[in-house]
Design a protein around this ligand. Sequence first.
Ligand SMILES: NC(=O)c1ccc[n+]([C@@H]2O[C@H](COP(=O)([O-])OP(=O)(O)OC[C@H]3O[C@@H](n4cnc5c(N)ncnc54)[C@H](OP(=O)(O)O)[C@@H]3O)[C@@H](O)[C@H]2O)c1
Length: 344
Amino acid sequence: MISVGIIGGSGYTGKKLLQFCNAHPFVDRIKIYANSTAGEKISSIFPDMVNAIEDDVIQSVSNLSLDNDLYFTALPHGEALYYVPLLISHGKKVIDLGGDYRLDSAEDYVAWYKLKHTSPGLLKSKLYGLADNCNANYDDYNLIANPGCYPTATLLSLLPFTSNFNNEIVSVSTVAYSGTSGAGKSPKAELLMSEMDGNVRAYNVNNHRHQPEILQQLQKNGFNSSFAFTTHLLPISVGIYTTTVIHLKNKIDVELINQVYNTEYSSSSFVRLRNEPPNLNWVVGTNFCDINISVKDKVVVITSAIDNLIKGAAGQAIQNMNKFYNWDEKLGLINSGVQYAQVY
Ligand SMILES: NC(=O)c1ccc[n+]([C@@H]2O[C@H](COP(=O)([O-])OP(=O)(O)OC[C@H]3O[C@@H](n4cnc5c(N)ncnc54)[C@H](OP(=O)(O)O)[C@@H]3O)[C@@H](O)[C@H]2O)c1
């Protein structure tokens, strides 16, 4: 049994962490920390969770105690820098859901997050926890940088291809779509229903923070072609959909590509290879990533779909916690051993 602290437990991903931890057979105590909501009950923030959590008063993060075994940080970027080094120095395990520890270089962090990194040593010693595509020994790490939501959907669908057919690639372009919960719960005028209903728009074109994160992981696996990444907002609250187009030097047989993906994900509990492009509503409320591959002449099109708050955040973080403790990676993410958890 372990006890868990959730720092940022009153936010969108924090709520999912709470729900998963509450259902987890090996988590026996949960402490919730936040900022402006400190002192309130979690059931007053999330009325659907009335009586769900035993100790449900939100603590102020300025009184962070060190009596939990593992901490999740689910904070706006820059904020985890105040807590993660302290927790690590006290021998705690930490899974950070934000972007503060995902990039390997402090210079890249300044360039993309416009902040000086105050614990650059941890950028080198952390594990980038793309749970379904990570063969690292978790025993060697104390800090896991949980991948971003777009990088999770993009990398799970693209890494097997770039790692195996790198020399055949001319260029890669990923067009990605997200629901508005990807931006968190703090109010933003451009996310009002009156702005988003019936609307779609590209944003942060050629300038999205998840682009260097994706490229970093692709390049670690030998990728050296051009990569374009274009994000769009959809008038829905939850879900991420990516369509990646790869131009090749020579045609590759689709059977060969499918074989690579089948081998890569043969033991994965949460990646499902589909023989048609996935629908978003097949994955919303679950920790699955659904992927389809289509080939015509020298063009490969790969589509993928995830729930941004679960597979793209809290669900993958629970999977990483399970791997941290060498438990079955599905623990807490399934109901009654049969039905995958639907937390909406
Ligand atoms: N939303 C997604 O789909 C998604 C997916 C993957 C990763 N992420 C990343 O996960 C992190 C959390 O995202 P989210 O969507 O859950 O955000 P959110 O809904 O805005 O929640 C933010 C949480 O952080 C707390 N907080 C805000 N300012 C703080 C401060 N100065 N000190 C301490 N706590 C503070 C808030 O507490 P109060 O409510 O008390 O103010 C709240 O609990 C972000 O880094 C985000 O990029 C999000």
